[in-house]
Design a protein around this ligand. Structure first.
Ligand code: PRT
Ligand code: ZN
Length: 287
């Protein structure tokens, strides 16, 4: 391993912090993140970790203070910095949406014409309004956007939504998705060869962790006469492993299944006579 250290910026404390740190830990990278710590050196990987506010991460990466970072696509789009998305990370999922008070008779995006919209994302909203040919009055506020209509500051809001319960409890109804977002790994452009090499190693591990999260390891017992049908239900990475059981006429089948069709697969396997089904999480998966 070369001795150049890659500098990564993570959110210090907030919705992305825990998932970002867990991802590095699953990649086998050890570091301490004690309370109030602003930077940390990884013990077993050439990585220096900076803990920052999420809004500052694109700028730190664009300026080269950090080489890479983990940030929401929404923050990235709002700051309009010239940095690259290297990998989508499958967490921190949300959408930036337009919402109106429940009694607003909404029909189409044209209903926003001339309206006051409160948001923390003025650049994204401005671009959205322009591409829809509408003129709006954008009020930029940095927090608690959802209360703007009830205090008379705005007619509508453009805010991040995940479950929708914040909008609902403030008497608002989501009517348009402006953008969808998830946490992404970003990088400054033109990394030096040594640093690019460290990033490639990190990416290889991140992709293995992502693949593992989307899959489960499954073990089951099958009567030999049903093996053919059961194997068809379990494609695995190449094909399932089949081992004889001590009890005659039975086999143990091991495979990997996608989490999305997990319950459906298990039901079909049971219908075909599979018994003793065990399902395990996978930490890393390298195809
Ligand atoms: O202190 P710092 O500046 O670092 O953090 P922050 O307070 O600005 O950001 P934080 O930690 O709230 O969010 C970090 C990132 O998480 C965001 O930039 C998004 O990419 C992502 N994310 C995912 C969310 C949400 N889901 C989310 N639900 N960010 C914010 N929210 C808020 C939203 O603003 C609204 O107030 O949650 C509320 C809505 O949630 P529901 O579930 O009621 O719809
Ligand atoms: Zn922030």
């Amino acid at each position: 391993m070369n001795d150049q250290k890659l500098k990564i910026a993570l959110q210090k404390s907030g919705r992305l912090s825990e998932d970002s740190m867990n991802l590095l830990k699953k990649c086998g990278i050890r570091f301490s993140n004690g309370l109030g710590k602003l930077r940390s050196d990884a013990e077993n990987f050439p990585l220096e970790i900076y803990f920052l506010r999420d809004d500052d991460i694109p700028e730190y990466v664009a300026d080269g203070v950090a080489d890479i970072g983990i940030v929401g696509e929404n923050v990235l789009a709002e700051t309009e910095k010239a940095i690259e998305i290297v990998e989508k990370l499958n967490f921190g999922k949300c959408r930036l949406a337009l919402a109106v008070p429940k009694n607003f008779a909404y029909r189409s995006v044209k209903d926003f014409e001339g309206k006051r919209i409160a948001t923390s994302y003025p650049n994204i909203l401005r671009a959205f309004c322009a591409s829809n040919g509408i003129e709006t009055e954008i009020h930029t506020i940095s927090g608690s956007v959802e209360i703007a209509p009830s205090i008379g500051l705005a007619d509508a809001v453009c805010d991040l939504v995940s479950s929708g319960s914040t909008l609902f409890s403030n008497g608002l109804r989501e009517v348009e998705t402006v953008m969808t977002s998830e946490a992404v790994l970003v990088s400054r452009t033109a990394l030096e060869t040594g640093l690019q090499c460290v990033l490639d190693k990190l990416l290889f591990r991140i992709q293995a962790v992502k693949a593992a999260r989307q899959n489960k390891y499954i073990l089951l017992n099958a009567p030999n006469e049903k093996l053919e049908k059961i194997i068809k239900l379990l494609p695995g990475i190449k094909s399932p492993t089949v081992l004889p059981l001590a009890a005659s006429g039975w086999s143990s089948v091991h495979s990997v299944i996608n989490e999305n069709d997990f319950w459906e697969s298990v039901e079909k396997l049971k219908d075909e006579g599979a018994e003793g089904i065990l399902v395990l999480s996978i930490d890393q998966m390298i195809r």
